[in-house]
Ligand binder design. Structure first.
Ligand code: NOJ
Ligand code: CA
Length: 965
């Protein structure tokens, strides 16, 4: 089995580790113990989380008195959790998902149940078999050596009655140390290494590596013999398995730890043990000193090497690498309950250590992901899992992963009594399922940080320079790699802080906050001032002048697609799966689009290009139709429409949404229930994934827009057309409102609550549009500036007009309307109009489209469209003289057809309840609707087509002037 195809020899620099225990992860067969098959089933979860390397705790046959670090057979799988076959399958599946796998090579010791030890006990003193382990007749050798598990062990020697001698052990007494002076021991362990690397494992964590040799007069740690052995091991790996990684577990001070990496010919990685407690210490003290101090004591690494950094792991939070005083301080702060203490550390998980304070959890994680080194996450910490200090040894941090709110947290179907360790009892609240469905959860946040981290190589590879602002509560540093620079600023305090950073070296660069892509003021030569809320952390990318804030490269097909509605928004992430593209933005809700693709000569192309695909969609509508001629509708905006034999048109929605398909409901209501003849018949639809609707196609038509513009250009009146359009519009509204038995289509009264909300909506829209217009003023050419200023000056008048919505009781009824009514939505057949497209305004959420509104909103839509047709035709005329001429004509044209349209509309609607009988109410509703349309247009044009801004600006002025009493 091969490792992932890309041979990147320094992959461990850019990866993100996830440490997990198979027995705790997922139980696939219901025996109460997590297993390899269970882990394989959860690989999708891990891939989705974004981690890229899995570190598996020991899973070999073992009496498990030290959770499997007491190995009884190096080259096999513990039968309780599966078979070697299961492991091979797991490895293939992990690699298929681009996940690397690191396993444990416990060099220093075995279980006393290992056949090597049992053979040694009985072997002749002095024989090679006996000398697999370290023996002595007295327990008084190597007295300078510390005892690591000082809670359980009193000596590093234990008397063996079978061998009648003492054996040496750095950990539990049931874990005799192997004797590295014996070449057979070395051979045996290299054999174990070959076994796992040959299977395809990507790296090995070398457990307890400082303790391999014993020498009189030393503390038996970090001995030269150990480094010589590691060089030999590495040479072997490089020769036989290039690209595989060795990770040293050496709980030592920085000076000593770097010796495991020195020369670039031993391990490639080592855990940075001393930084870990100092992250907690800095937070407890609200002072950056411990972090900076330990990193300043850390020597540089050989180019090919990398630190592994972590917040928590399967052991106690070790306090071996701090002073005695600091240890007391840490215990007093983080482990007041003595049960939380074990050996030289604290047996608690991250979330409880942080008192479940999200701000502190996030702060430490942000440091984990931005300080130099490769981050290692401990399973369960991504959801904020708790611990159980009542359990023995370090078991309280090794409890089952919490998947959902079912029995046993969804970890196992076994009877609760059979679960190997009790589940933490808050699992109904803290579990993967709950958090996956909550975009604000710790899990969702963690996913975002991981994905951000992965976008910036600088985090894994860059240099790190600490800033020294006067405020000690602020930790700030700059990571640099090639042309990337990231500034990290952290507030370690529980109060708001301000800081002045000397960034003069970076003057003229612009800080862009990475999560929200917000641009901060450009850096000058004077100190850069920042204010930070309690425990706030910022990641800024420092970018050259015109920052390219869109750090995600949109796939080309999205960029070119007219239906993609997110062009004006800042994209955070794009995920493609099957036929669906999920786009998340830095602000506001995410969107999903239907983007089917097919492979043509090795390249992905839009599947709609394939007639076979279009036919398969037609089939899905269940309409009994076959088609030979297939083409796509070219003018389509927000969707994709396929025309079959010029008889049927299938509109496939690009944007996926939940809930009812309003267009289908309206279509069926109009054509089947009301037999409204002026809209094409619905002949089929696809309910979901994708949503699509099949209509009769009316060939050889022009749409109203083309018709109107042509008429104006050719000096035609358009009167009868406008009149007919007014009539059809009223008939449409009658059809949409006369089925009083159907709640969806029965008219509704206004009521003061709705009137109030209408007033608020108008105010909001005006407020936002005016703000945007004001900000864009300086960019406007002088003639447009005049119009814009005039519009802005009318704000008070507008508000006063809106205010009438609260006082004038509205007696007419609101109904289901077209919602996006304009000239482009009507087709002219030569003697009549057909009304199409009941999808509503594409920018509106589908749920709000069912809210009933004044029918005059549609009327206003058409009137605005007349104005657009007139003004844009005028704008197209380049000859100034002709333009003046056309201008008067356009003005008269627009006014007469508007009047014609409106009169026909009113006459046809007659006494329908949607038509206000009171002239004041009619005027108010029509004008408010016109204003709403014009405000929307101003916002739209300013963002998308600034040269057209003139149209809605002059339109709004006109509306206001004509409205004034
Ligand atoms: C280091 C491991 O991390 C720990 O869990 C274990 O108890 C010791 N090695 C001894 O095997
Ligand atoms: Ca199991």
């Amino acid at each position: 089995m091969k490792p992932p195809a890309s041979i990147n020899n320094e992959w461990y620099k850019d990866t993100i580790f996830y440490e997990l225990r198979i027995r705790s992860f997922y139980d696939s067969n219901g025996d109460g113990i997590g297993d390899i098959k269970g882990l394989t089933q959860k690989l999708d979860y891990l891939q989705d989380l974004g981690v890229t390397t899995l570190w598996l705790l020991p899973f070999y046959p073992s009496p498990k008195k030290d959770d499997g670090y007491d190995i009884a057979n190096y080259c096999a799988v513990d039968p309780e959790i599966g078979t070697l076959g299961d492991f091979k399958k797991f490895l293939t599946e992990a690699h298929r998902r681009g996940l690397r796998v690191v396993t444990e090579l416990v060099l220093n010791h075995t279980s006393d149940q290992h056949p090597w030890f049992q053979r040694a006990q009985r072997a002749k003193a002095g024989s090679a078999d006996r000398d697999f382990y370290v023996w002595s007749d007295t327990p008084n050798r190597y007295t300078e050596v510390r005892i690591i598990f000082n809670d359980t062990e009193k000596s590093n020697w234990t008397y063996d009655p079978v061998a009648k001698a003492y054996y040496w052990h750095r950990f539990f007494s049931h874990q005799p140390d192997l004797n590295f002076d014996n070449p057979k021991v070395q051979q045996a362990l290299i054999h174990a290494l070959d076994f796992w690397l040959a299977l395809g494992v990507d790296g090995l964590r070398l457990d307890a590596v400082p303790y391999l040799y014993e020498r009189d007069g030393t503390n038996c740690e970090n001995l030269p013999e150990t480094f010589a052995f590691l060089e030999k091991l590495r040479a072997h790996v490089d020769k036989k398995f290039p690209g595989r990684m060795l990770l040293a577990e050496a709980n030592q001070w920085p000076d000593d730890t770097v010796r495991y990496l020195a020369g670039g010919n031993k391990c490639q990685m080592a855990f940075h043990f001393p930084i870990m407690p100092r992250l907690y210490m800095a937070l407890a003290r609200e002072d950056r000193f411990p972090i900076i101090d330990i990193l300043s004591q850390t020597p540089p690494l050989p180019a090919s090497c990398q630190w592994g950094i972590f917040l928590r792991n399967h052991d106690e939070l070790t306090l071996e690498m701090v002073t005695e005083e600091e240890r007391d301080e840490m215990w007093a702060f983080y482990a007041k309950d003595p049960r939380a203490r074990i050996n030289m550390g604290i047996r608690r998980r991250l979330a409880p250590l942080m008192e479940n304070d999200r701000r502190k959890i996030e702060l430490l994680n942000m440091l984990l992901f931005s300080l130099p080194g490769t981050p290692i996450l401990y399973y369960g910490d991504e959801i904020g899992m708790g611990d159980n200090i009542k359990l023995s040894d370090r078991n309280g941090v090794r409890t089952p992963m919490q998947w959902n709110s079912d029995k046993n947290a969804g970890f196992s179907k076994a009877h609760t009594k059979r679960i190997y360790l009790p589940v933490i009892d808050d699992y109904t609240r803290i579990n993967v399922e709950v958090e996956q469905n909550d975009s604000l959860s710790l899990l969702s946040w963690t996913k975002r940080v991981i994905s951000l981290r992965k976008k910036h190589k600088v985090f894994g590879r860059g240099t790190c320079t600490f800033l020294e602002p006067e405020n000690d509560k602020i930790l700030a540093f700059i990571r640099e790699y090639e042309d990337e620079r990231i500034l990290v600023v952290t507030n370690l305090s529980h109060n708001a802080q301000h800081v002045a950073l000397d960034l003069s070296k970076y003057h003229e660069l612009t800080p862009i906050e990475l999560f929200g892509k917000t641009t901060f003021p450009i850096i000058g030569k004077t100190p850069f001032i920042l204010t930070l809320g309690p425990y706030a952390v910022f990641w800024f990318s420092l970018e050259k002048s015109q920052p390219d804030t869109d750090s995600v490269t949109l796939p080309d097909f999205l960029k070119k697609s007219r239906w993609f509605g997110g062009k004006g928004r800042m994209i955070e992430q794009i995920q493609v799966s099957d036929n669906v593209v999920n786009v998340t933005y830095t602000e506001g809700p995410s969107e999903r689009y239907f983007v089917p693709r097919i492979l043509v000569k090795g390249e992905w192309v839009d599947a709609f290009q394939s007639p076979a695909f279009c036919r398969s969609l037609l089939k899905m509508t269940k309409a009994p139709i076959r088609a030979s001629k297939i083409r796509l509708l070219e003018s389509e905006q927000s969707n994709t429409s396929i025309i079959f034999d010029d008889c049927y048109i299938l509109k496939v929605y690009r944007k996926l949404s939940e809930g009812k398909n309003l267009e289908k409901e309206i279509g069926l209501h109009l054509t089947q229930k009301m037999r409204f003849p002026n809209t094409p018949k619905v002949v089929g639809f696809i309910e979901s994934n994708p949503m699509a609707i099949l209509h009769e196609f009316i060939p050889n038509t022009k749409n109203g827009w083309e018709l109107a513009c042509e008429a104006l250009q050719q000096g035609k009146k358009f009167l009868s057309e406008a009149k007919l359009l007014g009539k059809r519009t009223a008939e449409l509204h009658i059809a949409l409102s006369s089925d009083t038995k159907n709640k969806a289509f029965s008219p509704e009264p206004y009521g003061s609550l709705y009137q109030q909300s209408l007033y608020q909506t108008m105010r909001n829209q005006a407020g936002i549009t005016f703000r945007q217009l004001r900000r864009g003023l300086s960019a406007l050419p002088s003639d447009m500036l005049k119009l814009a200023t005039k519009v802005l000056d009318s704000e008070q008048m507008l508000l006063a007009r809106f205010s009438e919505l609260r006082t004038l009781p509205l007696r007419s009824h609101r109904i289901q309307i077209h919602g996006d009514y304009h000239l482009g939505q009507v087709l002219y057949t030569g003697n009549d109009f057909m009304i199409i497209d009941f999808e509503g305004e594409p920018s509106r959420k589908s749920s709000t489209r069912t809210i009933k509104r004044s029918a005059l909103y549609d009327v206003a839509g058409m009137l605005r469209s007349f104005h657009y047709a007139a003004t844009s035709t005028l704008m197209k005329e380049e000859d100034a003289k002709k333009r003046t001429l056309l201008s008067t004509r356009a003005e008269i044209w627009y006014r007469t057809i508007s009047r014609e349209f409106l009169t026909a509309y009113i006459n046809t609607a007659g006494n329908a309840s949607f038509l206000p009988a009171d002239p004041a109410e009619f005027r108010l509703l029509l004008n408010i609707s016109l204003i709403e349309k014009a405000l929307y247009e101003i916002g739209y044009e300013q963002n998308n087509r600034p040269s057209w801004l003139r149209i809605p600006l002059s339109g709004l002025i006109d509306i206001l002037e004509r409205d004034s009493p």
